[in-house]
Design a protein around this ligand. Structure first.
Ligand code: ATP
Ligand code: MG
Length: 440
């Protein structure tokens, strides 16, 4: 799977995360994930991530080990002033040189405290220490400077563990230096396709031809990341020169998108509500929401997107039949005859909320979230509907899982039905659905 993450090469980076708290579970690592995302997003490859306790020997051993795998090592944490901050000493040990006091750094640390209106605490001057063979790295957002040194051809950076300080030092100093060192030769070009409401194996089946091609190409790779109601397909190409990598990637992306069709909602991490909102804003149209089993989940998803007020008019949580009739004009006769879990109820809710609130589109959900049956229907029976300009669609579903999963999937289906309706895309072939177009 991870051919492109093989060690070696000028673009290979390894990360060492330092801190007892990470091994105790007291802090959940975010620095490693942020570094991996940021470096990968710049076309570099993170080929190893290790965690080490606040122990000089263990940190030194981890750094020496990963230095054999990568041209650059980033060590996060343990460069502060307290006695448990031993990363500087560990780096001195790793390269076999003494720990010395850096006069410039000493002065800068003193100035930092003075300019923040504080006297210089004695332990702070420990932060001015560095291995004799190392250079200091300026910390734009804190007092602890970073350290840079060479270990048998591998450049090692020690950066702060405080996430905000790590990010600013990596962005301003470390990343530009790594990219300058790699030059314009090897970079990994990658794109992810965001696939909505299609299972991982169904996605893989559609991509069989693309996968077969990639299998015979050592410069290309495909990876799946499954999330609730959503699979990310990541396509990557690592070649020299980079424009050839990009051209090969573009070809793979076009073919993968063709194979996946309207089930691809977008690229590079977009979310379903964000896609729906963008479509509405582009069309200068508005939406209102009527929800039964999702209890506001559709409205919550849409309004969580920045700028939602440009398209979202409002909504009604209509949990009882009375509210469905009184506020959404669902026919009492229909409810009496069939109960609330019925495709026509969903359709009338969508039409009702659209008319009552005065939006271009109405979207509605009704169904059984469980754990018990309701209206004679088993949990997972769900109808979502959309009513809009010349469009009326209902999607009938038999959703798997517990109450939480059924509600999550129902929200995703309602948003996906709206997405396809606004974009004029067909319904998926495997869903049980009915579509009618009507003049209005
Ligand atoms: P300081 O000057 O604050 O001592 P430092 O470089 O010595 O900085 P640490 O002491 O290792 O860094 O950690 C400082 C803070 O950053 C702590 O609150 C710690 O929980 C947090 N932190 C350290 N490593 C990580 C990580 N991998 N992910 C998220 N937070 C982290
Ligand atoms: Mg510390």
């Amino acid at each position: 799977v991870s051919r492109l993450l093989a060690p070696g090469g000028p673009d290979a980076v390894a990360v060492v995360l330092v801190g007892d708290e990470l091994l105790l579970g007291a802090v959940a690592d975010t620095n490693g994930a942020w570094l991996a995302r940021t470096l990968t997003g710049s076309g570099l490859r993170v080929v190893d991530v290790e965690v080490a306790p606040d122990d000089e020997q263990r940190i030194a051993a981890a750094v020496r080990r990963v230095a054999g795998l990568a041209r650059t090592v980033v060590v996060s944490g343990g460069i502060g002033p307290t006695s448990d901050d031993v990363t500087r000493a560990a780096l001195a040990r790793a390269c076999g040189c003494a720990l010395v006091r850096d006069d410039d750094a000493g002065r800068q640390i003193s100035e930092w405290f003075t300019s923040h209106g504080r006297s210089v605490p004695e332990p702070a001057l420990r932060m001015a220490e560095r291995p004799a063979c190392a250079a200091m790295v300026v910390n734009p957002h804190g007092s602890a400077p970073g350290v840079r040194l060479d270990l048998a051809g591998t450049t090692v950076y020690a950066v702060p563990g405080v996430p905000a300080e790590l990010r600013s030092m990596v962005r301003s100093v470390v990343l530009p230096a790594i990219l300058a060192g790699v030059g314009a030769t090897v970079r990994t070009a990658s794109t992810s396709l965001e696939v909505v409401l299609l299972g991982e194996s169904a996605v893989a089946r559609r991509l069989a031809a693309v996968e077969a091609d990639i299998d015979t190409d050592p410069t290309a790779e495909l990876a799946y990341l499954a999330r609730p109601a959503h699979v990310s397909v990541r396509l990557s190409v690592r070649r020299e020169p980079p424009d050839q990598a990009q051209a090969r990637l573009d070809d793979l992306v076009v073919r993968a998108e063709a194979a996946l069709g309207a089930d691809v909602m977008g690229r590079d991490g977009v979310s379903l509500p964000a896609v729906v909102l963008r479509l509405l804003v582009e069309a200068e149209q508005t939406v209102s929401v009527a929800e039964s089993l999702t209890g506001g989940g559709v409205a919550e998803a849409l309004t969580s997107v920045p700028g939602a007020s440009a398209a979202v008019r409002g909504g009604v949580v209509a949990y009882t039949g009375e509210v469905k009739s009184a506020l959404l004009d669902v026919s009492p006769g229909l409810l009496a005859a069939h109960g609330a879990v019925h495709p026509e109820v969903a359709a009338q809710m969508a039409r009702g909320v659209r008319r009552r609130i005065g939006a271009d589109w109405g979207v509605a959900t009704t169904g059984v979230a469980g754990p018990d049956s309701a209206d004679g229907q088993p949990p997972g029976t769900v109808h979502v509907a959309v009513d809009g300009p010349q469009t009326r669609r209902v999607r009938t579903l038999n959703l798997p899982g517990d109450r939480v999963r059924i509600r999550t999937l129902a929200v995703a289906h309602a948003l996906d039905l709206l997405r396809r309706s606004v974009a004029g895309l067909p319904e998926p072939g495997n869903a049980r659905e009915s579509e009618t177009r009507q003049g209005r």
